[in-house]
Design a protein around this ligand. Structure first.
Ligand code: MG
Length: 220
């Protein structure tokens, strides 16, 4: 019998095309407390970190980190309540996950800098409430790239890191995977460059969902 594989997915930039939603929430948060809004590039460079760590990166440890985080939470929640059309699935996500969820050797999980509340809202929105065996968030472990989320996911599922694949679009995902002893697949359609993903330890890079499916199948 083939041993099971744990497939851990990042959300923002990997499954969710959420750049506009995140940037608009940042814009509202910085504007609310009267600070200059970061550039698009800088704003996207911190996606994947937990909220607090993201704002520490943007304004420094001694900046108004808590105020920004709270303003961001409120803005993001407000935009989602208004309909959330700024946040979409990348085309190809639904068939990929539907196929994997019914294929025996695969166990699906999530590892994200979002909160549990944020993740639950996404899962409910797409009818995925029962799709993932383990959901690791900023509420459950230190921010990526700390390996805690993967360690928790392995404990939850009884699958070893060596049979675990982390699929993400950021340097933080790749470094987290390597720190945990997992396989790291970087996706090219997200918020960070392929060069940065390679430099951060990606074992392979995929350019589309078909290539991702092939890479998963090859891993076993
Ligand atoms: Mg991401």
């Amino acid at each position: 019998m083939a041993s099971r594989t744990l497939l851990l997915f990042d959300l923002d930039g990997t499954l969710l095309d959420s750049a506009e939603m995140i940037l608009e929430s940042q814009r509202l948060a910085f504007t609310a407390i009267g600070l200059p809004v970061p550039s698009r590039e800088r704003g996207l460079s911190i996606v994947g970190l937990s909220l607090r760590e993201a704002f520490v990166e943007l304004v420094g440890e001694h900046g108004p980190v808590e105020e920004l985080a709270e303003a961001y939470r409120q803005s993001f929640h407000g935009l989602r309540t208004q309909g959330g059309e700024l946040e979409q699935l990348f085309p190809g996500v639904k068939p990929l996950l539907a196929g994997l969820a019914t294929s025996e050797p695969h166990c699906l999980g999530i590892a994200t800098g979002k909160s549990q509340r944020g993740v639950r809202a996404v899962l409910e929105n797409y009818g995925w409430s029962n799709m993932f065996s383990t959901i690791q968030t900023s509420d459950d472990a230190p921010s990526k790239p700390h390996p805690g989320m993967i360690e928790n996911a392995c404990r939850d599922t009884g699958i070893t890191p060596s049979r675990t694949v982390m699929i993400g679009d950021s340097s933080f995902d790749m470094k987290m995977a390597k720190a945990a002893g997992a396989h790291a697949i970087g996706v090219s359609w997200g918020f960070q460059s392929v060069d940065l993903l390679r430099a951060s330890g990606a074992d392979e890079i995929v350019e589309d969902f078909e290539a991702l499916h092939s890479a998963i199948t090859r891993f076993g």
